[in-house]
Design a protein. Sequence first.
Length: 345
Amino acid sequence: MFGLIGHSTSFEDAKRKASLLGFDHIADGDLDVWCTAPPQLVENVEVKSAIGISIEGSYIDSCFVPEMLSRFKTARRKVLNAMELAQKKGINITALGGFTSIIFENFNLLQHKQIRNTSLEWERFTTGNTHTAWVICRQLEMNAPKIGIDLKSATVAVVGATGDIGSAVCRWLINKTGIGELLLVARQKEPLDSLQKELDGGTIKNLDEALPEADIVVWVASMPKTMEIDANNLKQPCLMIDGGYPKNLDEKFQGNNIHVVKGGIVRFFNDIGWNMMELAEMQNPQREMFACFAEAMILEFEKCHTNFSWGRNNISLEKMEFIGAASVKHGFSAIGLDKHPKVLA
Ligand code: NDP
């Protein structure tokens, strides 16, 4: 059995969804009420893969919302309680979606193994980041040529290069694609220096320097919503892979020769018959989902019950190849640009 732990993109959104689902007791509550709300198992589903393997799974809403990020103890409790619920339901492999994996790592939740009378078994959980990184690389390789960008001469900026997903993307780009140049962007110098050393390549730049040079920008950092990017400073054409969460880059660039792909999203070959991705506002909610969620499904299809993506900056090329091949085999594909992207010179 696979599990997905998710959350809403905002408090307002969470209240709206709770009301739609009939959870009236919390739908009307203020943020303090939501801070004490327990996780909810929202939906059970059965899924059949492209090669005919059937699996069962559940979606658990952690009742966390991004407005709680500054409330350290609340955020920690939300993630751990949702993991406890997944384990108590006997789920073999559960993906930590949205901010939950970041909270797990950044708040060092490994030291909180005991939740009431449950001792959390880490092998039952995955961040899903290996599949997300592989999907983002596929999206880059498949979509750049569609808008006239030749990978061999392309400059690619990875914003969030030192993160778990970003570092894996950089490893893949340097070793598996013949891109022209790789620009490494993040705020802290020391991790950038070690990444550059590990890769034996890449040029460290700040965001303002990197953007005007990049033919392709991979966004794998949670950037502030208020961040302004002047489209006039970008190359045209430019491919933007919006791998951060929440995804809001397409709103910023409408009407330019700048093409935004929703990064880290996959499409299943068949309708799944679930409601959970409507809550996640996917364009085709019966087939589309976050790649991190799909990782839990793929691991269940493969009967690979292990914390496949775990810790920080451990994603190897071999693991990316394994999860990528399994993803394709079971019927997932990376979403790309629309067939006829709007190009204005
Ligand atoms: P990490 O916390 O491991 O890494 C974040 C990276 O972003 C670091 O390199 C950090 O470095 C950098 N960063 C943060 N803020 C800025 C900034 N203002 N300017 C430049 N760099 C910045 O995160 P993950 O790799 O786990 O996740 C990355 C993103 O992907 C998140 O937004 C996450 O929510 C999203 N995600 C999306 C999924 C999907 O769509 N399918 C699935 C899983 C995650 P520094 O602090 O030095 O700046």
